[in-house]
Design a protein around this ligand. Structure first.
Ligand code: SAH
Length: 342
């Protein structure tokens, strides 16, 4: 059984504490107090002996906030050290809701050419309790900043979630627990760079949403951007998702990073709409966020809007993901765990 209190599912808490009636008070204590580094010594509704034994055999994950930067658009970027490993958590305020963007690895196990995290290299997989902890911190930060409490969680921070499947699935099981953290499974989105063999296991073991970083419309182009496209090319990947979602009710969120002059032509837009024809999906177009030292550019406003019109015209539900927190390097692809604005 895991040691971090924030990684325990309700069923495990019941087993550890010896009674179903102790689960809700334990969840409240764990998810209200873990960010303070320790849990209360007594909890209403849990007898002294089982709680003492529980505290002795479990730990609260330790962390240090080494940087907190607030963008002029209100996005908050936290750089945490978990042990000595850097991780980033982003709090994104919106008109309707606040979203917590969290990390599942320190660094990343993949080598996407356009992403700052990949240049940091891979440090380690996070434990489920460390993934959950970031949502608790995001709640606390949102509250302190007078924002709505985060109701949406995206695993789009550092790391490749499907390379850390066990801990990610466990973290989702914890995040949806009632009464706390109480995040709706459909309000959790896990974004993958396309680890084909883990897609079905993820969809069958979790009720969360899947997002796929597609980013190109031919294998040749995708290979130049996402090296593991060699192992899992575009068509088998989309076919796997289509088949897995049959009779499922969920859609996949397809993410398409637009790199000016690289993958933003009218021909790309047409190829993308035909690739997506049989895939139950929504599409997010993500204009490139600059990463120092990389040779890419944003798409021009004209090519972005032309691209979006082709897809919308083909009946694909398309949204442009406007950058948030760029000035503090908090936007998609800019997370490299460094302190201070880049
Ligand atoms: N490893 C996961 C999560 C990555 S972050 C994945 O690959 O899906 C979320 C999104 O930001 C991904 O679609 C990722 O490809 C995209 N991204 C990476 N670098 C970017 C950049 N420089 N500008 C804009 N989006 C970027």
């Amino acid at each position: 059984m895991p040691r971090h209190v924030t990684s325990l599912t309700p069923r495990e808490l019941e087993r550890a504490l010896g009674s179903p009636s102790r689960v809700a008070p334990a969840l409240r204590a764990i998810h209200n107090f873990s960010t303070r580094g320790r849990l209360p010594e007594s909890v209403d509704g849990i007898a002294k002996h089982p709680w003492d034994a529980f505290l002795r055999s479990h730990t609260v994950p330790s962390f240090e906030i080494v940087e907190r930067l607030v963008s002029k658009d209100g996005t908050i970027r936290l750089v945490l050290h978990l042990g000595k490993d850097p991780v980033e958590t982003i709090i994104i305020p919106g008109a309707a809701r606040t979203t917590a963007c969290i990390s599942c690895q320190s660094g990343c196990s993949r080598a996407c050419r356009f992403c700052a995290t990949s240049r940091l290299g891979f440090k380690r997989n996070l434990e489920a309790g460390e993934i959950v902890l970031q949502v608790l911190l995001a709640k606390e930060e949102a509250e302190a900043a007078g924002l709505k409490t985060p109701t949406n969680v995206v695993l789009m921070g550092m790391g490749e979630p499907l390379d850390n499947l066990e801990e990610v699935v466990r973290a989702i099981d914890v995040l949806v627990a009632h009464p706390l953290p109480g995040i709706g499974a459909r309000h959790i989105t896990v974004s993958t760079s396309g680890i084909l063999p883990a897609i079905r296991p993820f969809l069958s073991r979790s009720a969360a949403q899947l997002a796929l970083s597609l980013h190109a419309t031919t294998d040749e182009d995708r290979l130049a951007l996402v090296p593991h496209n060699r192992t899992w090319p575009i068509r088998p990947l989309l076919e796997e998702i289509r088949a897995a979602l049959e009779d499922d009710g969920r859609l996949v969120l397809v993410e398409y990073l637009l790199l000016g002059g690289v993958n933003d032509s009218a021909a790309d837009a047409r190829r993308l709409s035909s690739l997506l024809e049989s895939v139950p999906c929504r599409l997010n177009l993500i204009p490139y966020n600059p990463v120092e030292g990389l040779p890419f550019h944003e798409p021009s406003p004209e090519s972005l809007s032309a691209f979006a019109s082709v897809l919308s015209g083909a009946g694909v539900r398309t949204l442009v993901r406007h950058p948030r927190g760029r000035d503090v390097a908090a936007a998609c692809g800019q997370l490299a765990g460094s302190v201070g604005p880049k």
